[in-house]
Design a binder for this molecule. Structure first.
Ligand SMILES: Cc1cc2nc3c(=O)[nH]c(=O)nc-3n(C[C@H](O)[C@H](O)[C@H](O)COP(=O)(O)OP(=O)(O)OC[C@H]3O[C@@H](n4cnc5c(N)ncnc54)[C@H](O)[C@@H]3O)c2cc1C
Length: 422
């Protein structure tokens, strides 16, 4: 049912970010909210649910616990509902499988009547007559809201030379059988997804099944920063510090922090190395190529195959390789919000780089009335923690406190041992 009057809060998209918001909004008395997702049910990166892949953050980074550990929608409540608390207790696992996190989120989404699936938001505009945002939602029609939170996530990014020629890692699982049966496969990109795809193909392809190649532009197959003090860069304290920096400083900082978000978990690196080592038993080297510092500058079809032009970033040398299939594990980019926010375009404040101005409460700077918030579209203002699951509950609570105009969720003043800034 769509209400006649404006909602207090409408969320666009139901990934972990807006699901956390919905879970924390649910117990707030009198807050009238709705969340719209275009998919038929909750989905979390289904193309990369590789067997044995783990969440990169501890289970406490669920949708609610870091703000409200007493919530009925915590990961531990989910385990209780599934009668799995004892097995979890004996498993002594802080890091849960990705499939389990997805199942937990789906369980939460089914407990929240305000979450509506198969409903796509096409546009958001301001209606002066209603003194509210007017959302065009298919197939339901017009929905009014005083506050709107965009949680539309990111989209797969493929380098220009490989566009239309490669499978993106986001679509890996449906292509897996074909890639296992293909003679010569090239994986491009050395983030966590690239490492997982490479490891999965390495393990699944029969020995002596053609060549497996792993190329990356970054200078090394580098481990993700996972030291305890290093992880304090994923705290509210660091987020506040980063938000207070000047725009050019923020822009210079994010790429310099690549090992916080673009690298590979040390465990996955270990598994890859051990698998390669196992293949050298009895002598000889496995027929794989692992080449860092290498960029694909051009690609073209050649018969049923693909010719890749390669350049070594440091040496400057060039080479051509011919392969049968390419998997691009080249990451994700923020969605273009042009269509969605088109009717508001002239009201939105933009920074020097043309990006949305986002305040400390995740509210977009706007000339007109109404409050529009974003989740996971604010790396330029809030830093590398924007997509991090360990910060989603805190961000959602910050937004709810702002929407409600009072501290419905008390948040800690201090969250790190490190002092960020003077
Ligand atoms: C494979 C993978 C594993 C990851 N693992 C971790 C991890 O272990 N730890 C960690 O901290 N981070 C991890 N991340 C990063 C991050 O947590 C995820 O990307 C997370 O899904 C971000 O959540 P989100 O809600 O912002 O976006 P998404 O999960 O992308 O959800 C956005 C939703 O919005 C919907 N949508 C978009 N537009 C509309 C519209 N107009 N109308 C209606 N619905 C719309 C989409 O269909 C989608 O369901 C991982 C990322 C990937 C790709």
């Amino acid at each position: 049912m769509i209400a006649d009057g404006p909602y207090d809060l409408v969320g666009v998209g139901i990934g972990p970010a807006n699901l956390s918001l919905a879970a924390l909004a649910d117990p707030i008395d009198g807050l009238h909210a709705a969340f719209f997702e275009r998919e038929p049910d909750f989905r979390w990166h289904p193309g990369l649910m590789i067997d044995g892949a783990f969440l990169q953050v501890p289970f406490l980074a669920d949708l609610v616990s870091l703000v409200d550990p007493t919530s009925q929608l915590s990961f531990l409540s989910y385990l209780r509902a599934r009668e799995r608390l004892y097995p979890f207790y004996f498993a002594e696992k802080f890091h849960i499988p990705r499939t389990e996190y997805a199942d937990y989120c789906a369980w939460v989404s089914r407990r929240l009547p305000d979450c509506r699936f198969e409903q796509s938001v096409r546009a958001v505009r301001w209606s002066a007559a209603d003194e509210a945002f007017e959302l065009t939602v298919e197939p339901v029609g017009r929905v009014l809201a005083r506050n709107v939170v965009l949680g539309v996530g990111t989209e797969p990014k493929t380098p220009a030379p490989l566009a239309g020629l490669a499978v993106h890692s986001a679509d890996y699982l449906p292509e897996r059988d074909r890639l296992i049966a293909t003679d010569d496969v090239t994986v491009v990109g050395s983030g966590q997804s690239g490492a997982e795809v490479f490891l999965d193909l390495l393990r699944a392809r029969p020995a002596r099944k053609g060549r497996l190649r792993w190329l990356t532009r970054t200078p090394a197959f580098a481990p993700m920063e996972y030291s305890k003090l290093g992880l304090e860069q994923f705290t509210p304290d660091y987020t506040r510090f980063f938000h207070g920096l000047a725009e050019p400083t923020r822009d210079a900082l994010v790429p310099a922090q690549w090992q916080l978000y673009k690298a590979i978990s040390a465990d996955t690196i270990g598994e890859i190395f051990d698998e390669l080592y196992r293949r050298t038993v009895g002598g000889g080297w496995p027929d794989v190529v692992l080449a860092p510092g290498v960029e694909v500058t051009e690609a073209r079809r050649s018969g049923g195959r693909l010719d890749l032009e390669l350049r070594h970033v440091q040496q400057g040398g060039h080479a051509t390789v011919t392969t049968d299939a390419v998997v691009c594990a080249t990451g994700y980019q923020e969605r273009d919000l042009g269509d969605l926010l088109g009717p508001l375009a002239t009201d939105l404040h933009r920074d020097e780089g043309g990006r949305l101005v986002v305040d400390a409460d995740y509210r977009v700077g706007m000339s007109g009335p109404g409050s529009l918030y974003v989740q996971n579209a604010e790396r330029h203002t809030h830093g590398v923690g924007a997509p991090d699951l360990g910060l989603i509950a805190w961000r959602a609570a910050t937004i709810l406190n702002s929407v409600c105009g009072k501290k419905v969720y008390p948040l800690p003043e201090r969250t790190a041992f490190t002092t960020f800034g003077l």
